[in-house]
Ligand binder design. Structure first.
Ligand code: ADP
Ligand code: MG
Length: 339
């Protein structure tokens, strides 16, 4: 069945069935009226973000199942709200669909989104559907609530430590596997599956962002969507500082190292430049380092460098020279320079 066979209003009814016809807590009016009405909790500040995924730019439909695509689209937004230290709550979904788009596909996508939303107390409360001439587009606007302080990119001070959650480069490695799944059969199954999940179904660090904000432990934070080097630069620019980064300190999973070797790539380069890991990158005072580790248990955290007064990103340690040339991150309007 195609979208043009059932029409926009029938499709909205079906989406409503998936996202829930009832208005979730805090929502006075949900899907069905001209607009949704939200009653924010107490004195919560609203944290708002939006993100678009376009077919053939951000994803290929032949490489990702619709359910995972729905999860991934929402995950990118959840991760932005997490990096602000807020609790994600409400989402609006704008779909650009070809008139011959498969209805089952669209509903699977919605189910994935509803599923991941439920894992993070987030409901889809409205949106829009528009015809798109060719590419499928998924645009989500997410509203979060910050009851405590928020985490911004601009509070890093010289002397602060630079910390990352989890490990890096896994999503880029997973993308390499997704591009060539049959050849990747030579990798251990466990590694393959873990990395594909990192790429197609990343876990936004919502819990960690909330804990850091609640306990006032981070001076600045960002989520890693463009690669460690690029996102660290964003913190530096917004904070008016520089940074030193030790490439050998970057946490990289064993599976990522195996896949990097198989791809003929350097795992550290994947970690520095590979996007979409959706880990948190944040700074804290050295005095708070132990408290950060304790607060985020069981999530691993690793110190990868320090904030400097002089602007610019400087690599340090024995591997500094090897990676100096490769320090650039993906920019949508610049051709990748290939290092
Ligand atoms: P309008 O003509 O006022 O734009 P619509 O017919 O587009 O209204 O939408 C009707 C209702 O369905 C609205 O509450 C809207 O938020 C909701 N809605 C439309 N598209 C979506 C979608 N893709 N996901 C969730 N809700 C949607
Ligand atoms: Mg509309």
């Amino acid at each position: 069945m195609r979208v043009c066979d059932i029409g926009e209003f029938d499709l909205i009814e079906r989406l409503k069935g998936i996202f829930g016809a009832d208005a979730p807590p805090g929502v006075e009016v949900g899907i069905g009226d001209d607009a949704a009405v939200i009653q924010p909790a107490g004195k919560a500040r609203l944290v708002v973000t939006t993100d678009a995924l376009i077919e053939n730019v951000h994803f290929l439909t032949r490489r990702i199942e619709p359910r995972l695509l729905g999860r991934r689209a929402l995950a990118a937004n959840l991760s932005d709200v997490a990096a602000m230290g807020a609790q994600p709550r409400y989402a609006l979904l704008v779909l650009g669909l070809r008139s011959d788009a498969n209805v089952e596909y669209v509903l699977e996508l919605a189910k994935g989104m509803a599923e991941l939303g439920a894992e993070h107390q987030t409901r889809i409360i409205g949106g829009d559907i528009t015809r798109s001439p060719a590419a499928l587009s998924i645009t989500i606007t997410l509203v979060g609530e910050a009851v405590n302080g928020v985490l911004t990119r601009s509070g890093a001070h010289p002397g602060d430590l630079i910390i990352v959650t989890g490990d890096l480069g896994g999503s880029a490695a997973g993308m390499g596997i997704a591009a060539n799944p049959s050849a990747a059969a030579s990798l251990p199954q466990e590694a393959r599956e873990a990395l594909l999940k990192r790429h197609c179904d990343p876990t936004p660090r919502v819990r960690e962002g909330l804990l850091l904000a609640r306990q006032g432990l981070a001076t600045a934070a960002i989520d890693i969507s463009d690669g460690l080097a690029g996102d660290l630069r964003h913190i530096c620019e917004m904070s008016g500082v520089g940074a030193s980064l030790d490439p050998e300190a970057i946490p990289i999973a064993h599976a990522t190292r195996l896949a990097a070797a198989w791809l003929g790539q350097d795992a550290t380069v994947l970690a520095l430049q590979g996007g979409e890991d959706y880990e948190l990158l944040f700074t804290c005072t050295p005095a708070n380092a132990d408290a950060v580790v304790a607060a985020l248990v069981p999530t691993p955290v690793t110190s990868v460098g320090a904030i400097l007064a002089e602007p610019g990103l400087r690599l340090v340690g024995p591997a500094a020279e090897r990676y100096e040339r490769r320090l650039h991150s993906y920019d949508h309007f610049r051709a990748p320079s290939g290092g």
